[in-house]
Design a protein. Structure first.
Length: 376
């Protein structure tokens, strides 16, 4: 005889005594013996039918008793598991966190139809598929995403990791969770390098196989980003002085020049091209904005900037002539995003592909291209 097995007296008591305490006690008793091998097929069917009735009990305590006792049951009927998973949080959370009966489709539907409390419970499951992870990322909740990334049993695709950086890259909790994952694609680790603190940077280098040259490039990018930010608020004379200073210290690099034009800082870009090409500022401006192909190309060749960067600069200049800041909130970010999308498209026609639309990633990858320019 199975311990705690329901007897006829238990069933009669359940049917005749309506008290909550009796139903809670019976729910625990039934659930604790449900996985026993000693139940006959007839007894198991009866037990499953009673579970279905109790899963619809008006009293939360009854349903909660079922969920707690059945959260890891492999025999829990699927329809009962789904009903409990959609229930109030105190009932649903044990099932969402532990039940292996729930399918990926069940979990995705819950992620999309319920709030953060249930989503957080799902992030704590021992294993999570890439499709469920994708749905959790799409929930748009930083706490949910941070918890997901912390879970080493979660399968998170590179595409989802890139989406996390796009949406939550500046969230400190998400950054920390990403950096501490046991394994990250190099493309993701490289992007993180541009966002995190020095302490996290060292962790990324030591734990995710990033070379010293990559680390040096990231440090340079951080410095160049700060320089362009400073330049954007300066007057023309100060910008020209800044450009001369950078050139004299060998820091007027191809990447800072492309960064300037992508961020819409034409004052810096024109001053930089004049400095590198050893021409007057006025002449540089005329050549840069030549509506034909000859002017800018001739100036570019005189600057000795890398040929591999030329398609990006040419495309960026075309976009700059077509677009302007819209004056709205974050217009500079939108301008830069449009610029990068066009540059990526240009390189795709040259059979060079990049895996991210992030400016830092693009600049780093352009530095890695062979010195010979891509050919059509």
């Amino acid at each position: 005889m199975v311990k705690n097995k329901l007897t006829r007296q238990d069933v009669d008591k359940l049917l005749t005594e309506p008290s909550v305490e009796v139903r809670v006690e019976t729910a625990g008793k039934l659930a604790s013996q449900f996985d026993s091998d000693e139940l006959s097929p007839t007894e198991r069917r009866l037990a499953a039918d009673i579970l279905r009735l109790m899963a619809r009990d008006a009293e939360v305590r009854v349903r909660q008793a079922l969920a707690i006792h059945l959260k890891e049951s492999p025999s829990l009927p699927h329809d009962v598991a789904v009903n409990l998973a959609h229930d109030v949080d105190t009932v649903a959370l044990p099932i969402l966190q532990f039940s292996r009966v729930l399918t990926d489709e069940d979990l995705i539907e819950i992620v999309r139809s319920h709030g953060p409390v249930k989503q957080l419970a799902i992030t704590k499951r021992p294993t999570i598929s890439s499709t469920v992870s994708e749905a959790l990322v799409e929930s748009g909740n930083p706490e949910v995403v941070a918890n997901l990334v912390t879970n080493q049993g979660a399968d998170i695709s590179e595409q989802s990791l890139q989406a996390i950086i796009d949406s939550f890259g500046n969230e400190s909790t998400v950054q920390g969770s990403l950096v501490q994952r046991a394994s990250l694609p190099v493309t993701v680790a490289e992007r993180l390098m541009t966002m995190v603190s020095d302490q996290w940077r060292e962790h990324l280098i030591s734990h995710h196989q990033l070379s010293g040259s990559v680390a040096a490039n990231i440090t340079r990018q951080s410095r160049e980003r700060a320089t362009i930010t400073l330049s954007a608020g300066a007057d023309r004379e100060d910008v020209e002085g800044l450009v001369r200073h950078l050139h004299s210290h060998h820091r007027l690099t191809p990447s800072i020049m492309l960064r300037a034009v992508c961020m819409g800082d034409m004052t810096f870009f024109e001053a930089g091209m004049a400095e590198l090409g050893s021409v007057s500022r006025l002449n540089a401006s005329i050549l840069i904005h030549d509506s034909g192909e000859l002017g800018f190309q001739a100036l570019y060749e005189k600057t000795h900037l890398p040929a591999t960067f030329y398609p990006a600069f040419r495309c960026a200049m075309d976009v700059a002539e077509e677009n302007a800041f819209d004056g709205g909130e974050q217009d500079r970010e939108r301008y830069c995003r449009r610029m990068i999308e066009r540059i990526l498209t240009q390189y795709e026609t040259l059979e060079v592909s990049f895996h991210s639309k992030d400016l830092e990633y693009l600049l780093a990858k352009l530095d890695e291209l062979p010195t010979t320019p891509p050919t059509r």
